[in-house]
Ligand binder design. Sequence first.
Ligand code: 8X3
Length: 256
Amino acid sequence: MEAKIVFITGASSGIGEGCARKFASQGWNLILNARTVSKLEKLKSELEAEYGVKVCVLPFDVRDRKQAAAVLEALPETWRGIDVLINNAGLVIGVDKEFEGELDEWDIMIDTNIKALLAMTRLVVPGMVERGRGHVINIGSIAGDAAYPGGSVYCATKAAVKTLSDGLRIDLVDTPLRVTNIKPGMVETNFTVVRYRGDKQAADNFYKGIRPLTGDDIAETVYFAASAPAHIQIAEVLLMPTYQATGTISYKKKVE
Ligand code: 8X3
């Protein structure tokens, strides 16, 4: 049987990179997207050598929907049969109050977390419907379940990811396609450094006293959903560190 194809956005680090490694380790061919080509090329050489899979590198900014459409249009025939789309590209910038934040930063979050996810879905899902197979896995967040201080706009984008996942599942109900929303809690990746606008110390402090999840931990759950038998649709998964209870409540041991 032909190897399956997974398309991962934001694949150069964190959860996206974790998914690339996990799916490659299970023999899937990968289409990897991110903005930085060098990181993708490195991952490609590594995964092709280690697992004997094929990797197609597609560097573009998911916010640029014209470029996204052109790149997908130019995809060689052998790469068109995408089985799983992982809408992973996403970010949070800043921890400001809703009446004090930067509008330009909000635009970046809304454009990436919501509008780019929609654009990728719009570009990839019609082919899945035509082929009668496919799975869209959106990386949502615990942040989508309830707003928390300093997270207003980010939380709203992840609430949108939940609603868009539910809506897509409804719209695809008469097809064999599946839609999953994975909602991680605290995960230690570069994501938190970006949240603190590059302040690595602030990001490290955020995880002091608690063992956060890793991108690889999340990838295990993503793969579980993708590899479930065809009659099972994992609609939503909320996962977090053992010492976290909600988006705002966690137990952090005192460390000197
Ligand atoms: C990121 C998880 O806990 O920082 O989506 O909101 S959290």
